[in-house]
Write a protein that binds this ligand. Sequence first.
Ligand code: PLP
Length: 459
Amino acid sequence: MKMTVSIRDLEAWDKEYVWHPFTQMKAYRREKPLIIEHGEGSYLYDIEGKKYLDGYSSLWVNIHGHNHPELNAALAEQAGKIAHSTLLGAANVPSVLLAKKLVDSTPTNLTKVFYSDSGSTSVEIALKMAYQYWQLKDPVRFAGKKNTFISLREAYHGDTIGSVSVGGMETFHHIFHPLLFKRLETPAPYTYRLTENNDEEACKAMCLDSLEAILMESHDEVAGLIIEPLVQGAAGMITAPAGFLRGVRELCTRYNVLMIADEVAVGFGRTGTLFACEQEQVEPDFLCIAKGLTAGYLPLAATLTTEEIFEAFLGEPEELRTFFHGHTYTGNQLACAVALKNIELIEREGLLATLPNKIEFLAQKLLLFRELPHVGDVRQQGMMIGIELVQDKASKKTFPAQMQVEHQVILHARMNGAIIRPLGPVIVLMPILSMSMEELGQLIDITYEAISAVTSQAY
Ligand code: PLP
């Protein structure tokens, strides 16, 4: 029997029963909810049939478009065999094939793959492995030591307690401070806010000097440093100056600290290369991947690491060197099968080779935004864009929160057929990588119109 539910019921039940993530529900319930019913290519369709460009890649995950026939078929084919069996004490075909593919596609020093289900868990795993590695390597020398992590100001690595411990976003994280483990904070290379004239070289030097000072003093306490390579996404698309990532890698090596590259957001082509680390020939000790891994189909994540770290965990069972960590759905077959098809599509369709033209096209279109009176900074790294709104360009003061300017921009864009999202004062664009030039142009035009219409009324 087919249940018929009215649009009105769905809207009412959403407000009544669903607690949305990162959402002030009091404000949410004042507005008409946007309920997505289906997707096709670069578009999402709501329950009333209105169509929107997915300018946010459905939270930074989509790569080839929605409802993709080959991804659908890969999922259906795997479902016809088996949906899930455990990786505890047994293997499964797609997870083995995917592990090999990931090792072949990532920086060459990474040879081992540990699966999980979300970006946050991929980070938890890297943090726990890093700590345990030092304890296993030299239990006497490191007893009670190397139990601290370094991360950047404004860092975002997920929402579980370990990943929040290495977070640096006051708004999200301050309430949890009493629950968290030790962290040292190093400045983020936020050139717009740290320098007078967007001086990237000065910003880079300042940030690397600060990091070196911390490492010099505390490296004995530090197990690892975690960083979002090239772009701090959730912080509002803070793009790092060229050479910063490389500099961080060199400092980690010099001070005997493990480097964790959190490529949850920037992996799978977002910055123009398959992985962001490639751009500065950086080989991290851990690589965390999630979001784009299944091209927006299913939750799947992986933490990759080196032979040296893996080997430190080897021993007889009774020696208790085992990494005691695992999730019920670790290495899920459906997700691994879709991930394999995703990577096959990226390669077969030459997706990465299509990106430079798109990136350049976006860069040209973005020049216009700088002239708007309330746009303080425009940042782009590949297919990741942040447009920072300010009330006053000279002082770089942002609009007061109660004015809800950024939210109004998003609603305006939605009215005109594009879904985008703000991060604090920054309007973020994360187009689906397969979007056509025409669709990218529309997305930019709708965003420009929304920012200029809303900010011209806000003063
Ligand atoms: N790390 C980074 C850099 C992220 O951007 C995110 C999510 O936005 C995460 C980790 C957390 O991933 P998830 O939401 O899948 O737990």
